[in-house]
Design a binder for this molecule. Structure first.
Ligand code: COA
Length: 532
């Protein structure tokens, strides 16, 4: 058993500077989180309350077991777009009647809870999380359906939301819809596709077309209640299984439904005791230098995440740019892969490929802590087979079937992002620290490459190269790519599941491990052909 030591000097100026930088980035992220919490703003919140409605987060809170955690996902979705931060939807995982469920709640205070392109991405991600981790999905519905002005971005891909619901059901993963208000047109298929449906008397409105549309289509005069009211659906159409007297009653019924699902966790239980790390999580605020080119020993991070700071390192003297080893996290065994000095060489890639295979043999989930600038370039490395070795690592991570969890703590560039189980590699969950940066390559290198290409192109055409313009273009490209590499930007596009406070990393990973153990945790010995 090896207990990690620490070399962090919390009294040093470098630590203080890094901590300050991290706290200021956190404050920036928190200000954006506050926008999501504010929903559509005071006017719409007050109007919603005046009508007797509970807010989306209040509904969630009442649905969850008292005192149990709720891990909100993608709260920054739509950041940087024309839509409200949060994308008029709250998603996350929480415990309902003792069962971990994925919750998807429309926020009716934001443009009537209508779905824009970011809402779709967020909904799809929530369904994916339910499916991969075999957790029931509960929809808390009150939505104006598609955001009509952006229908062209929504209509065709948006149909998938209903397909996802029925495919969850087909896979034996229960789906529950609690309909608090409007669920019209396409939205009517949310209750239509769910296993269990609750509607609220005089509040739920579920129809393919409301009275004005029906009048236009067929000339028939009708009213909301007879077309799609809760009582009609409970007594006449049969679309509602339960008629709730009010919102709280609907939530009570939802809790009873989940209690009766007979849901069983398929993964192994954690160890009964999980000692806290030996070093305070608070230190994680100062561990990442503001300049990501400064090397960081990832053992300092691992020592603050894993149980008792116990870490059995694998191949400690080989491929030192990638630290690999075994630990427990909140009682769940994990294999950890963490970048050390940025670049991945052949040795690191081969070590990773072997380690991932071993984790699969042992049915052990993997945690990836990203801080890499990518695979090494240059003649020596190309001739040494860096492509085939990087491919071995990407092959291993692509075909591995144990749950993967990625945390971008620093740089996550190029194919290194892929090899470390980036978003396209289906990690069960992926979070970023505020210090993270992710792009095809570093902004300076990208600007440099573009400049070289433009210079060569001018030479081929026999034209003089404008050096003054080159400097301006380079600066512009660099700052654009820098902005596009930031966690706020990437989280806004739902490329991660959220930006987290480094101090919360152990808790977040512990929750995610627990969620993943709703599904069987099984490795594989089937990988692609490893090029030797
Ligand atoms: N697309 C875009 N914006 C929408 C919208 C939609 N589908 N539904 C509502 N909004 C906007 C409204 O224009 C309004 O904007 P404003 O405040 O800037 O004027 C805001 O959201 C609130 O809508 P409002 O109608 O005032 O709220 P409400 O709570 O009284 O009613 C609905 C909510 C959803 C019942 C009602 O807006 C509605 O019927 N919307 C259309 C539903 C529909 O037929 N959708 C078909 C989509 S497939």
């Amino acid at each position: 058993m090896s207990v990690l030591g620490t070399g962090i000097d919390t009294a040093s100026p470098a630590f203080a500077e890094a901590r300050e930088a991290m706290l200021s980035k956190l404050a920036e992220i928190d200000a954006e989180h506050d926008k999501a919490l504010a929903g559509g703003g005071q006017r719409y919140v007050e109007r919603h309350r005046a009508r007797g409605g509970l807010l989306a987060r209040e509904r969630i809170e009442l649905l969850l077991d008292e005192g149990s955690p709720f891990l909100e996902l993608s709260p920054l979705a739509a950041w940087g777009s024309d839509f409200h931060v949060g994308a008029s939807l709250v998603t996350g995982v929480g415990t309902v009647s003792g069962v971990q469920c994925v919750l998807v709640a429309n926020d009716p205070t934001v443009r009537g809870g209508s779905s824009n392109p970011w809402t779709l991405r967020k909904t799809a991600r929530a369904a994916e999380i339910a499916e991969r981790n075999r957790m029931p999905l509960v929809s808390l519905v009150e939505s104006g359906g598609a955001d009509l002005p952006t229908q062209k971005e929504i209509f065709i891909p948006g149909g998938r939301a209903f397909r996802d619901l029925t495919r969850l059901s087909a896979a034996g993963i229960p789906t529950v819809a609690l309909v608090f208000g409007s669920s019209t047109a396409g939205g009517a298929y949310i209750p239509g596709m769910s296993d269990h449906v609750v509607m609220v008397r005089e509040r739920s409105k579920v129809f393919l077309g409301g009275p004005p549309l029906v009048r236009a289509a067929t000339g028939e005069e009708s009213d909301d209640e007879s077309l799609g009211g809760a009582r009609m659906h409970a007594e006449v159409s049969g679309l509602a299984d339960h008629l709730a007297e009010d919102e709280r009653d609907a939530i009570r019924l939802g809790r009873r439904i989940v209690a009766r699902l007979g849901h069983r966790r398929a993964g192994p239980a954690p160890r009964p005791s999980a000692p806290e790390p030996l070093y305070p999580a608070e230190d994680l605020l100062g561990v990442m230098p503001p300049d990501l080119r400064v090397p960081v020993d990832p053992r300092e991070i691992i020592a603050r995440l894993v149980d008792g700071s116990v870490f059995d390192e694998f191949k400690p003297s080989y491929g030192g740019g990638l630290v690999t080893g075994w630990a427990d996290l909140h009682g769940y065994p994990v294999g950890v892969l963490a970048n050390d000095h940025g670049v991945l060489f052949s040795a690191e890639a081969q070590k990773a490929a072997q380690f991932i295979q071993l984790a699969n043999r042992a049915d052990t989930p993997l945690v990836f802590l990203h801080n890499t600038t990518g695979y090494m370039v240059g003649r020596e490395y190309e001739q040494g087979g860096i492509i085939k070795h990087g491919s071995m690592m990407i092959n291993a991570v692509s075909n591995s079937t144990v749950p993967h969890f990625s945390v971008l703590v620093g740089a996550s560039y190029g194919a290194g992002h892929y090899g470390m189980c980036g978003r396209a590699y289906d990690p069960r969950f992926l979070f970023a620290w505020p210090s993270a940066r992710s792009a095809v390559m570093g902004p300076r290198q990208l600007a440099e490459v573009l400049s070289i290409v433009a210079r060569q192109s001018a030479a081929r055409r026999g034209e003089p190269y404008d050096e003054g313009q080159d400097a301006a273009v380079r600066e512009m490209v660099e700052s654009q790519v820098e902005a596009e590499s930031l966690p706020l930007f990437l989280s806004g596009r739902v490329y991660d599941d959220g930006v987290i406070d480094p101090r919360d990393t152990r808790t977040v990973l512990g929750l995610c491990l627990s969620y993943a153990h709703n599904a069987p945790v099984r490795g594989t010995d089937r990988f692609g052909v490893f090029r030797m």
